[in-house]
Every structure is written in C-alpha cells, then in structure tokens.
Design a protein around this ligand. Structure first.
Ligand code: SAM
Length: 229
C-alpha cells in the first residue's frame, strides 16, 4: 500500500489546532468540502437541508441515537474521523480523552470552542485527512465516524490505519448514508457503499461488522469490532 509512514509526519499546534508540517517546513493544506468561509453555516445546513432533504431523516433522532450509543463510554481514548464542527461533544461524555481530525480548518475552529464549552479537559484536534493519520499503533479504545465515510477517496486506507491505531477488541462506530435507503433523487456527496459492501470491506480488515436496527432515512448505523490483528 502506497502510504507515508506516520512516524515521519511532524505537526505544529496553533491556537489549539494541530497542523501537519511538510518536508519543506510549510503547513500542509487540505481542500475542504465546504469552504472554510461557510463553516459558521454548517450546523444550520445539516439541520435544515442535509438531514431533511438529502437523507430524508431527522437530526434530533440522530442525536438521540448517538447519545444512547455513547452514554456508557467513559475514560477512554476516543478517535473521531471527520470531527466537523464538533457536534459529538454534545453526546460523548466529557471524561473521555478525545482526538478528532478533519480537513476543514474552519470547522475545527468551531469544534475547538465547542469541546472547551462542554468541559472536555483532554482533547486534541488535527487538520488532516482520513488518509493521513499521524497516531501510534494501539492508541485508541474507540473510534467513530459520523456521516463522513462517503466523503473519503479510499476507505481501505482508513481501515488499514484504524486496524493499526485501535487496540484489539475496540469498537468503531459509524453512521453513513447507504444507497439502498437513499431517497431516489437525492444527490448525496461522494461514494455510497451498500450495507453488504461495507460488511465485506470491514471483514477484509478483520472487523466484525454489525448493523444497528435504527431507522433514520438514508442512514445506516453500524459497529465494527476489531478482532485479533
Ligand atoms: C457531513 S460532515 C460530518 C461532520 C461530523 N462528523 C458530524 O457528524 O457533524 C462531513 C465532514 O467530513 C469532512 N471530510 C471530508 N473529506 C474528508 C477527508 N478526506 N478526511 C477528513 N475529513 C473529511 C468534512 O470537512 C466534514 O467536516
């Protein structure tokens, strides 16, 4: 697999956000899905447009589900892939050690204020992509990716890294739109994988895939537990 060694990646922290530094000493830039200038509108776009129009779903129900799933997670090392504006801080208990990554600087700045306001004592945010994760092996007890898997160019690169960074028997929780539940004319961004395809891809990386029985428009909720590496 053509992948940079994470140990060669250095970072610099500015105003609470960690940035990747390239060989020439410059900060690595990522092109965000939503221009940084629109970050202040992000939560409104999710609630008023993406959930009802693209997903045919309900954002309040989504948060109830996440709250139920995360309420018993305490004192863990949690990794979130694609933090966005930090909405997970509303539903994840604040005694966890949280690490979040996202390609959008603007959204990470929002997330920083949110995690502070929610009383997280131990959190780190990184401006990087799901394909470049500069974290050591066997670091995390729990990983999560909400409504973002469809954005990534190569989810196998992510799974390869997740298997490396997660401790054995840890859980990856995911919510993602899937084609078989998608409203007919809805143009959801990125690549949509069916439940069957997701199951097969996760199995390839030694994860036990289990879909959750929740119904919320186009969204599938599932967990994948990392068996022996
Ligand atoms: C629909 S938002 C979901 C954000 C958040 N998880 C939530 O539930 O509100 C999708 C997020 O994926 C991020 N994103 C898109 N492509 C990415 C990539 N390759 N690596 C990391 N983050 C990415 C976007 O910047 C955005 O924050």
């Amino acid at each position: 697999m053509n992948k940079k060694n994470w140990k060669d990646i250095s970072t610099i922290k500015k105003q609470g956000i960690n940035y990747l530094v390239e060989g020439n000493g410059k900060i690595k830039k990522f092109k965000p899905w939503l221009g940084d200038i629109f970050s202040f509108l992000y939560d409104r776009i999710m609630e008023k447009s993406i959930f009802p129009k693209l997903f045919n779903g309900d954002i309040s129900k989504h948060f109830e589900i996440l709250k139920r799933e995360f309420k018993d997670i305490h004192d863990k090392e949690v990794l979130e892939i694609a933090t966005g504006s930090g909405t997970i801080s509303e539903v994840l208990p604040n005694d966890n050690k949280y690490v979040g990554i996202d390609i959008s600087k603007g959204l990470l700045k929002k997330a920083y204020s949110r995690f502070k306001a929610k009383g997280f004592q131990n959190f780190e945010l990184y401006n990087t992509s799901a394909e470049i994760l500069p974290f050591d092996e066997n670091t995390f007890d729990f990983a999560v990716c909400n409504l973002s898997l469809n954005f990534f160019d190569n989810i196998e690169l992510l799974l390869h890294d997740l298997r490396r960074m997660l401790k054995t028997n840890s859980t990856f929780f995911c919510s993602v739109p899937i084609p078989e539940r998608k409203p007919e004319k809805s143009k959801i961004h990125g690549t949509l994988y069916s439940e069957k395809e997701l199951n097969e891809i996760f199995a390839k990386y030694n994860f036990d895939f289990e879909s959750k029985p929740y119904e919320n428009g186009a969204i599938l909720y599932f967990t994948a537990i990392l068996k022996d590496k």
